[in-house]
Design a protein. Structure first.
Length: 108
């Protein structure tokens, strides 16, 4: 029961921190939530990711990328780069069979 209260308290504090951040940075929040926002570009994306990382708002980084997923600079370069980095990392760790199995599962 104590753990549950402690967890709820942590979530309360985390939510309050996030709401205060939204209040302090309304323009950034608008950019995060608005597909095709005229102020969004690669430089702004990097700034936002750094700020969100600093605040430990990792879930919002994912939201940011999904909201703006149709922007060329996100999916074209980012997806290819991250895929290659993950493949290299898995390969170096000796997980090449896992890579092939995941690929085959994805392909059906």
């Amino acid at each position: 029961m104590k753990e549950k209260k402690r967890y709820r308290r942590k979530e309360y504090i985390r939510t309050l921190k996030f709401l205060k951040w939204v209040y302090d940075y309304p323009v950034w929040w608008r950019i995060i939530c608005t597909p095709g926002d005229k102020e969004m570009d690669l430089h702004t994306l990097k700034q936002l990711i750094e700020e969100l990382k600093k605040e430990s708002f990792y879930e919002i980084i994912f939201v940011l990328l999904m909201v703006h997923r149709n922007e060329e600079y996100i999916m074209d370069g980012l997806a290819e780069s991250m895929l290659l980095q993950m493949l290299i990392s898995k390969w170096e760790a000796g997980d090449k069979e896992d890579i092939i199995e995941a690929l085959m599962n994805y392909l059906g």
